[in-house]
Design a protein around this ligand. Structure first.
Ligand code: ACO
Length: 403
């Protein structure tokens, strides 16, 4: 092969790849995607198998540590998730400082970074046991922070985690139980939440994961690196798309826009409007997560006897787009965000928590990618180049002579 470093130093040659569409930024053994075939595998195991047989916590272990956990691994990790679910009492002061209506994503990112301040000994531990503990602390506390961010955004008191509940149930408890009434999530809701989180656990070098790796490459700690991932996830072209989809469906419903007319508007690129929840950089056939979630949304709504008109509009939109040349030629298919909002709505989660839910789900992937960088003794700091397009020959002039 060609030695790119040598070529660059000898010729000044730089590759420019807009949006990194065809640039491999790393070698990774975590997640395999074949975008042409619609295949997604965590550590080689098909997502369909995991969705049917596994749980979020088991899948998280698999993603982070590379193998399915033994019973001892599972018990130890689950024990740590329970043990570390509580936040330092001093952290409450931070939550109290946010205005009501603060966006939970802003709180989430800041509070994950704040964990670095409260628990330095956790992220300073460098050996395998220390990293396992840090991963458990982060996964456990992100769930508590997320629920506390929501409570603080609606001006309600924070609900403490319970030690007798499992991961998903504990989150639902912190979100929805009231002091005067204990909340019992139905098995259908816990199952759907588990599935939602599992399907989001990792997705190779997407925008937020690449961000985490970028930060991690400077040897920043796990918590700081993952809090940067939350910021990258927030945008509507990435994790924020699950909110944008619901906004789009709601607009179509409220303004009674015929689906065909909306599709036409998208095709004509009127006001830059896109079909949110459609398209993917890697999947050029279908997004396997979307298939699984669509079926789960149907089941869950039936089981909970909820009729959501937005699901019908989503179905009509998908049908119209999938038979339209514009979308077929560009290989645009529903992605994971197209149906996830419908599931989250049915669980009773407010729209501004949707991207937070994605962040909880993606945490194992971020941690695994951080760990891969951390474990690589030959790793170099990420430092891309650029093609400079500004002026090259200017001089400083006194302010009174500037126009
Ligand atoms: N609706 C309408 N047209 C679209 C859409 C869409 N959702 N997505 C892409 N296109 C069009 C583009 O306008 C472009 O058309 P052109 O060739 O006529 O200019 C063509 O398809 C290629 O699109 P790109 O922008 O080059 O695709 P890219 O790979 O850069 O972007 C992305 C991928 C960001 C996902 C894009 O499809 C999009 O914006 N989708 C909507 C937002 C969304 O659902 N994001 C979630 C992604 S999944 C995730 O993060 C979990």
């Amino acid at each position: 092969g060609i030695d790119i470093s040598k070529l660059r130093s000898e010729t000044g040659f730089i590759t420019l790849d807009d949006g990194y569409g065809n640039t491999g930024s790393c070698r990774s053994a975590i997640t395999y995607i074949d975008g042409e075939q619609g295949i997604l595998r965590y550590r080689g195991i098909p997502i369909e198998e995991l969705a049917e047989k596994s749980t979020f916590i088991e899948a998280a272990w698999l993603v982070i540590f590379g193998t399915l956990p033994t019973t001892a691994d599972r018990d130890r990790f689950a024990g740590m998730l329970t043990e570390h679910s509580m936040l330092d009492e001093n952290m409450k002061k931070h939550f109290d400082g946010y205005p009501t209506n603060a966006h939970p994503m802003a709180i989430l990112s800041a509070m994950i970074n704040t964990l670095s301040a409260h628990d330095p000994e956790v992220w300073e531990a460098n050996d395998d046991a220390g990293i396992e503990r840090a991963a458990a602390v982060l996964m456990s506390k992100v769930r508590t922070i997320a629920a506390a961010a929501y409570k603080s955004s609606v001006g309600e008191p924070i609900v403490y985690p319970r030690y007798d509940l499992r991961y998903a149930e504990n989150f639902l408890h912190m979100m929805f139980s009231k002091p005067y009434k204990d909340y019992e999530p139905t098995p259908a809701v816990s199952r759907a939440l588990n599935l939602f989180l599992l399907l989001h656990a990792d997705h190779e070098q997407n925008c937020s994961t690449s961000t985490v790796r970028m930060v991690a490459s400077s040897e920043a700690n796990m918590f700081a690196s993952c809090s940067a991932g939350v910021c990258a996830l927030w945008g509507p072209l990435h994790g924020g798309a699950n909110v944008a989809v619901i906004d789009m469906l709601q607009e179509i419903k409220d303004r009674e826009i015929p689906v065909a007319e909306y599709v036409k508007k998208v095709k004509n690129k009127e006001d830059g409007v896109k079909l949110m929840g459609f398209g993917h950089r890697v999947y050029r056939n279908f997004d396997p997560r979307s298939k699984i979630l669509r079926a789960a949304a149907d089941d869950m709504l039936k089981e909970l006897q909820i009729e959501d008109p937005l699901l019908d509009i989503a179905g009509e939109l998908a049908e119209a787009a999938l038979s339209d040349d514009y979308f077929v030629e560009r290989k645009l298919y529903p992605n994971v965000d197209f149906c996830s909002g419908i599931i989250l709505r049915a669980m009773g989660l407010p729209t501004n928590m949707f991207t937070v839910m994605f962040a909880i789900g993606r945490m194992p992937g971020w941690i695994a990618n951080w760990k891969e960088i951390h474990d690589d003794p030959k790793g170099r700091i990420y430092r891309p180049r650029q093609i400079y397009t500004g002026p090259t020959d200017q001089h400083w002039i006194p302010r009174d002579q500037r126009s």
